[in-house]
Write a protein that binds this ligand. Structure first.
Ligand code: FAD
Length: 511
């Protein structure tokens, strides 16, 4: 069997591995980095534009980031954290545009107002309280709120058209929200990496095994999916950025930190609009409230998208049950992931999440007509024939033990790393690609501690100027870094603009 040696082996070519590889090569260009991808293309799973919602998750419109407790009090801590973490991504992308590692920003990010929209008295009350709390914080100071039907019509004419005037409605808007084509972003990052020395991309190769050697290196087996030929790579550091495929690889690594983790896959589907006239009339991401029992990432939304340079309009996601961990995975993925050390937590989760099970069964049983009926709550004039169903990516939610050893289902993202820093894996998928920069900086802090102390931190500050400081606490710093990033990325800062703008007419302040 052939063999070779690298400093870092990154499994998968999604946004996470691409971001980590970019950071590593910026911090030390001499590092020998190998990226291994089982598909024949880069970013073909969750990161591809058609497989995710492309929302630059900043907590502006996602109502599940500001939950209400039993007394009706809205808590905003999660929204603040997500917003501050998203700013880290925007700073990194902005630096990479300036350095020429990324192309003109409209090739991967586009200004798209982020709107939360609710109807019914109770929901209006919730949104008002959410707005009051969020807008009092500097991170959300530019958020607008309105209960006035005319204003809302200007923000989203199709959503407000043919709607009963009797019903109380309300919306918030942040004009400089973004639609991000994470697939395009990632492909640009990888092609920039490919132009550098000591970086290799191995497509159509699957990591099938990994074992720690006596010399504290990892021996990683990769298999050519076309020829079946196997090769062993010796790596000083391994990142399991395999998306849904990360859990099985983490289990294979055998590190003590991997014990007890399980995965619960949830698939997604969109309704995609085929009528260009409808697509042209809507320009926003409009998020509503999730149905009872729905997992947090299934909040319905109507999204203006620009995918591979073309405008599109998507509604969803509709969740579904699946046993695959990857869209191009195997039906046996879930079964194969069950082991003695995660069997109990997985059974606990199955028994204790009946609402979720009922919700998923309900979603799977829906007809096209049922799905369009949900869409009509957002787009009253929607015609069944204008919309077709399309398969989104897979998310594998994390199952882990709670303090009492019982299984619990988590909807966030978690970094699991070996104590000696030689391996890290990213599990879960929310808030996902939007916080890739923060998640990968966490990998550097966990696994490259000595290099960070030895000079990488200063280099990182050049890429992410707020690094090491809190944007939640520092209003002045936030203003500075946000204005710079919005300007470099061509996103609007002005609020109060009411005209609908078509994607090709987007006002870009720089680029
Ligand atoms: C329906 C849906 C909507 C979403 N919406 C949003 C959103 O609006 N905003 C947002 O920020 N995030 C969103 N996300 C989450 C986001 O897409 C993911 O968090 C992100 O793309 C994950 O990137 P990744 O690099 O970890 O994984 P992926 O993009 O899945 O990449 C992993 C790669 O690893 C490869 N791989 C797997 N196993 C192996 C192996 N053994 N050997 C070699 N290669 C392997 C896979 O083929 C794949 O290419 C959404 C996800 C879904 C499914």
């Amino acid at each position: 069997m052939a063999s070779r040696k690298v400093d870092a082996l990154l499994v998968g070519s999604g946004v996470m591995s691409a971001t980590l590889a970019t950071l590593l090569k910026k911090l030390d260009p001499s590092l020998n980095v190998l990226m291994v991808e089982r598909l024949d293309r880069v970013a073909g799973e969750s990161t591809d534009g058609w497989n995710n919602a492309g929302t630059g998750h900043a907590g502006y419109c996602e109502l599940n980031y500001t939950p209400q407790d039993a007394e009706g009090t809205v808590t905003i801590d999660r929204a603040l954290t997500i917003n501050a973490n998203y700013e880290i991504s925007q700073q990194l992308w902005s630096s990479l545009v300036t350095s020429g590692d990324l192309p003109a920003p409209d090739q991967f990010i586009n200004p798209t107002p982020h709107i939360s929209f609710v109807w019914g008295e109770k929901n209006v009350e919730f949104l008002r309280q959410r707005y009051e709390k969020l807008s009092a914080h500097h991170l959300f100071a530019d958020m607008e709120y309105s209960e006035d039907a005319e204003t809302l019509k200007q923000w989203m004419p199709l959503v407000m058209g043919e709607r009963s005037a009797e019903e109380p409605v309300a919306a918030t808007r942040v004009a400089y929200g973004a639609d991000v084509d994470f697939g395009s972003l990632t492909r640009h990052l990888v092609s920039s990496l490919e132009q550098q020395d000591a970086f290799d991309l191995c497509l159509n190769h699957e990591v099938t095994g990994l074992k720690k050697s006596d010399r504290n290196h990892w021996n990683v087996t990769i298999k050519n999916r076309a020829t079946g030929a196997k090769e062993t790579i010796t790596a000083g550091f391994v990142f399991l950025g395999a998306g849904g495929g990360a859990l099985p690889l983490l289990q294979k690594s055998g590190i003590p930190e991997s014990k007890g983790y399980g995965g619960f896959p949830v698939s997604g589907q969109w309704l995609v609009c085929q009528d260009e006239n409808v697509i042209k009339e809507h320009h926003a991401k409009v998020y509503g409230k999730a149905a009872i029992g729905a997992p947090p990432m299934s909040v319905p939304h109507l999204d203006t998208r620009i995918i591979n340079g073309k405008p599109a309009l998507l509604f969803g996601p509709y969740a579904g049950f699946t046993t695959q961990f990857l869209k191009a995975g195997s039906k046996l993925d879930l079964l194969k992931s069950v082991s003695l050390n995660n069997f109990k937590p997985m059974v606990d989760v199955g028994l204790n999440n009946m609402d979720l099970t009922r919700y998923l069964i309900g979603e799977v049983m829906q007809s096209h007509k049922d799905r369009v009926a949900t869409l009509k709550q957002y787009l009253p004039a929607a015609k069944e024939s204008d919309w077709v169903l399309s398969q989104a990516g897979q998310r594998v939610q994390i199952i882990k033990k709670d303090e009492k050893g019982r299984g619990k289902l988590e909807f966030g993202t978690e970094l699991v790393s070996a104590k000696d820093g030689s391996l890290a894996a990213l599990l879960g998928a929310s808030p996902g690609a939007s916080v890739a920069a923060k998640a990968m900086i966490d990998v550097l802090e966990c696994c490259f501690n000595m290099r960070m102390e030895g000079g990488w931190k200063n280099k990182l500050k050049a890429l992410v100027p707020s690094y090491g400081k809190s944007l939640i606490d520092d209003a002045r710093l936030l203003k500075e870094v946000r204005e710079h990033a919005l300007s470099t990325l061509g996103l609007q800062k002005e609020t109060g603009q009411s005209d609908i703008q078509q994607p090709e007419q987007f006002h870009r302040s720089a680029g």
